[in-house]
Ligand binder design. Structure first.
Ligand code: NAD
Ligand code: MG
Length: 399
């Protein structure tokens, strides 16, 4: 019997997926890469499958899956290739998988993340949008199935590391009065309000500290990423929105903090490199190397902290309002954001209109209680329709 643990990496060709494989490559005795999943990037996934002797590859796009199947067969690889979102959900729930890295971007990751939770796996959660939209429903499934949910988002992973021993997300942590999420402030931290309307997708994606996929990079530039993270923190750590603070910290060295009732504040520090939270979650409750260089504090010299500017970056306020409203409000917010960010990346919407579209969608659609997954999916679809409508017929306001 092998001591290796079976790992599935969803979104393996993305930024988090590639960083996960880089950590796994340092510990070949610990992991067997059972499943890799992505949307359509077949050449990248074929290379990964060959390098890591992967058992099953799933590409959601059937044409890309055909190309990957042929390429792998031609080089004599035994890797099985499947296609479709249902195949991805089935592959993560299979008995040869013990841990699942959920790193698909956006609502598209919900089905496979839920499948992993329901199959009682250890789920390493990067796909914050799945948690934001499904909210308490997903957390209830975690508890019911006895799954382990370990946050990969650097802030939430930092908080997890600062929690009492044996704490797992979903529990209420004793003695914690507040968590403080740090935010780099994004590429426009010092930009004048009037200049934001004309920024380009490439400028928005040029993050000063983190190298990430384009969707989360735009979210970081609008600060909606921090808004989604506030909602994520309320769910993971069982805290009301009022006990989740945000502070801008441009150096991105302190990844977040936990405040206890005795006055202690615990923080996790490290280089801004996702391989650290990924390695922490893969090894938990042990520790192992991530390949990340240690911090040189003397070189960094000073750590700065500022309050976020809500006027230039209204997203944070919208997300907090959605957290307070509860029900389907976070799903509406998330879906409107996904549509607006994609329109911005496609040069169909200007930067400041992203939050304007989200605001309008939330004004148009009322939040309703979530009783079943269908309520979340209906809200997601309705918000997407409303956002597309506003962008396409936006009476010039968003052009
Ligand atoms: P990315 O754009 O680099 O990669 C996205 C991956 O998802 C790709 O492998 C792509 O093929 C796959 N994908 C996209 N649509 C899909 C679909 N419909 N079905 C199946 N697979 C699909 O994104 P990323 O930066 O790696 O981010 C992934 C997730 O991790 C996001 O939810 C993001 O918010 C979160 N996250 C990322 C970082 C980071 O540093 N990159 C940090 C914290 C959290
Ligand atoms: Mg983060």
């Amino acid at each position: 019997m092998s001591a290796q643990r079976g790992l599935a990496i969803l979104g393996s060709t993305g930024s988090i997926g590639r960083s996960t494989l880089a950590v796994v490559a340092l510990h070949p005795e610990r992991f067997r890469v059972a499943v890799l999943g992505a949307h359509s990037s077949w050449q990248a996934i074929v290379d990964q499958a060959r390098q890591f002797h992967v058992e099953t590859v799933v590409l959601v796009d059937p044409k890309a899956a055909d190309l990957a199947r042929t390429a792998l067969r031609d080089c004599g690889s035994p890797t099985r290739v499947e296609s479709g979102a249902d195949a991805l959900a089935a592959a993560v729930a299979a008995p040869n998988v013990e841990m699942v890295m959920a790193a698909i971007v956006g609502a598209a990751g919900l089905q496979s993340t839920l499948a992993a939770v329901r199959a009682s796996k250890r789920v390493l959660l990067a796909n914050k949008e799945a948690l934001v939209m499904a909210g308490q429903l997903l957390m209830d499934e975690v508890r019911r199935a006895g799954a382990e949910l370990i946050p990969i988002d650097s802030e939430h992973n930092a908080i997890f590391q600062c929690m009492p021993a044996r704490y797992l997300p979903g529990e209420v942590a004793r003695g914690v009065i507040r968590v403080i999420l740090t935010a780099s402030g994004g590429p426009f931290r010092c930009a004048a309000a009037g200049s934001l309307v004309n920024v380009t997708p490439d400028e928005a994606c040029a993050h000063p500290k983190w190298k990430m996929g384009r969707k989360i990079s735009v979210d970081s530039a609008t600060l909606m990423n921090k808004g989604l993270e506030v909602i994520e923190a309320t769910l993971l750590f069982g805290l009301p929105e009022s006990q989740v603070d945000v502070i801008v910290h441009p150096q991105s060295v302190v990844h977040s903090l936990v405040e206890y009732e005795d006055g202690s504040m615990l923080a996790q520090l490290g280089a801004p490199d996702m391989r650290t939270p990924i390695a922490q979650a893969l090894a938990w409750p042990e520790r192992f190397a991530s390949g990340v260089q240690s911090l040189n504090l003397a070189e960094i010299g000073q750590l700065g902290f500022e309050t976020p500017d809500h006027e230039r970056f209204p997203s944070l306020g919208l997300a907090r309002a959605a957290a307070r409203a509860g029900g389907t409000a976070p799903a509406l917010l998330n879906a409107a954001n996904e549509v607006a960010v994609q329109a911005f990346l496609d040069h169909r919407l200007n930067f400041t209109a992203i939050t304007a579209v989200i605001d309008k969608v939330l004004q148009r659609l009322d939040s309703s209680p979530v009783k079943a997954l269908g309520d979340v999916l209906n809200a997601d679809a309705a918000a997407r329709r409303a956002a597309v409508d506003l962008i396409e017929t936006g009476s010039g306001a968003f052009a």
